[in-house]
Design a protein around this ligand. Sequence first.
Ligand code: CUA
Length: 191
Amino acid sequence: MAEISGTAKLPPSGDKHGEASERLWVIFVTAVMVLLVAVVVFTSVHFGFHPPSQVETIDSTSLHKSGEFSEANLGTVIAPDGSALVRVVAQQYAFVPNCIIVPAGKPVTIRLASADVVHGFIVQGTNVNAMVVPGYITTLHTTFQEPGERLMPCHEFCGIGHQTMWAHVRVVEPSSFPTDADKQKAVTCAP
Ligand code: CUA
């Protein structure tokens, strides 16, 4: 009588080689995760990179009609303590105002809202860099140390005219700041 053959041979239990390589992979993956977290912590502390921490919503379709981002409010307002608040609208294909004036060496808060699609902005030579998403207000806090002129291009592709969308940031000594800002009227350096 023929024996029934072909029974699968199970691997011996406690495969030492498999366990060792699995342990190596666990150690490797854990080390990669620890490294990534360390990089996030290092960059946020050392370079001042911070993810957006508060969510403020706004109706992008009626930005210009009333409220914080109505035309008269766009530009820079100086608080009694010398700090500046800047409001800007990003729209296809311009920032309004297209020349932003800020005092050197003073805390500056920048608030942007989009009137249409996703835009972004970066201020040349600084770590000011954020997206402007319709429906939300982007708020950034910074200080511009050196007087001078900096470019602020849009860095999110926003349509056919994306490459023409940019503004100037003019950093001036607080003493030479236009006086209207002290009277709570927003000023710009736009022509
Ligand atoms: Cu706005 Cu690109």
